[in-house]
Write a protein that binds this ligand. Structure first.
Ligand SMILES: [Zn+2]
Length: 211
C-alpha cells in the first residue's frame, strides 16, 4: 500500500492542506478538526499525513520516513495515536470513555496525542454528548480529528467546537493519473473509471475491484 507521509503527496486538496500547513507553521494547532467531504477524496490520508508532519523528529515540513516516530506511524503502532471507527452501527459511550482514559495522561513520545474518529456522524447521542465534554476542555496536548461525509448528522455543539476542514471531489484527471501511476491501469480503463468515479478515488477503486 502506498504510504502518504507528506502533504505534498495529497491530491487536489490545496485549501485543506494549506490550512493545516499554516497551523503547523504558526504552531497554532486547533484541539479539534472536522474533516468533511465526499468519500474517497483523501480525508483520512490527509489526517494521517498531518500526524507525520506533527510527529516527525527530523523534519516537520517534510516528514522523513526514517525516524522512529515515522516508522511507528508507518506500522500504525505509535502510542500517541488512536483511531476510532464505528464497531457495528454506531460509536458508543464505552468508546468515548476509552478516549477519555487515553487523553488523561500526557503523550508518551510525541508532543501531542491524536484521536482520529472515522465516520464521526455515527457517534450516538450519548457518546456525542460525552465527547463534547472532552472537546470543551481538552488537555493542551490533545488533537481530535473527526472525519465525516455527513456533518449535518453531528451535534451542532460538536461542529461549533471544531475547525472545519473541507475536502472536495477530485478532478477526473487526478483520478485517471493516479490509477495509471499507482494501480497500473491502462489509459482507457483509467479514463473510464475516472468518469464513473464522481470525483472519488475511493469509488473508482471500488468499481475497479468489482471488475
Ligand atoms: Zn520522521
Amino acid at each position: 500500500m502506498r504510504i502518504v507521509r507528506n502533504f505534498e503527496e495529497i491530491l487536489n486538496q490545496a485549501p485543506a492542506v494549506n490550512l493545516l500547513r499554516s497551523a503547523l507553521k504558526k504552531n497554532r494547532i486547533a484541539h479539534a478538526y472536522l474533516f468533511t467531504g465526499p468519500k474517497g477524496v483523501g480525508k483520512e490520508t490527509t489526517a494521517k499525513a498531518f500526524i507525520y508532519h506533527l510527529f516527525c523528529h527530523i523534519n516537520n515540513d517534510a516528514p522523513c520516513g526514517e525516524c522512529l516516530s515515522c516508522k511507528k506511524l508507518d506500522k500504525e503502532i505509535h502510542p500517541d495515536v488512536v483511531r476510532i471507527s464505528p464497531e457495528k452501527r454506531d460509536i458508543r459511550i464505552d468508546t468515548v470513555r476509552e478516549i477519555e482514559r487515553f487523553i488523561r495522561f500526557r503523550p508518551l513520545e510525541a508532543a501531542y496525542k491524536v484521536i482520529i474518529i472515522q465516520q464521526a456522524e455515527k457517534l450516538n447521542p450519548e457518546a456525542g454528548n460525552a465527547l463534547l465534554k472532552s472537546l470543551e476542555e481538552p488537555p493542551s496536548y490533545v488533537i481530535f480529528i473527526l472525519i465525516t461525509e455527513n456533518p449535518t448528522q453531528l451535534l451542532p455543539t460538536i461542529l461549533s467546537r471544531s475547525q472545519i476542514v473541507k475536502f472536495r471531489p477530485l478532478s477526473e484527471k487526478t483520478i485517471k493519473d493516479f490509477l495509471i501511476k499507482y494501480a497500473q491501469y491502462d489509459e482507457v480503463m483509467a479514463q473510464t473509471l475516472a468518469e464513473l468515479s464522481l470525483g472519488s478515488l475511493g469509488r473508482a477503486l471500488e468499481i475497479a475491484e468489482k471488475g
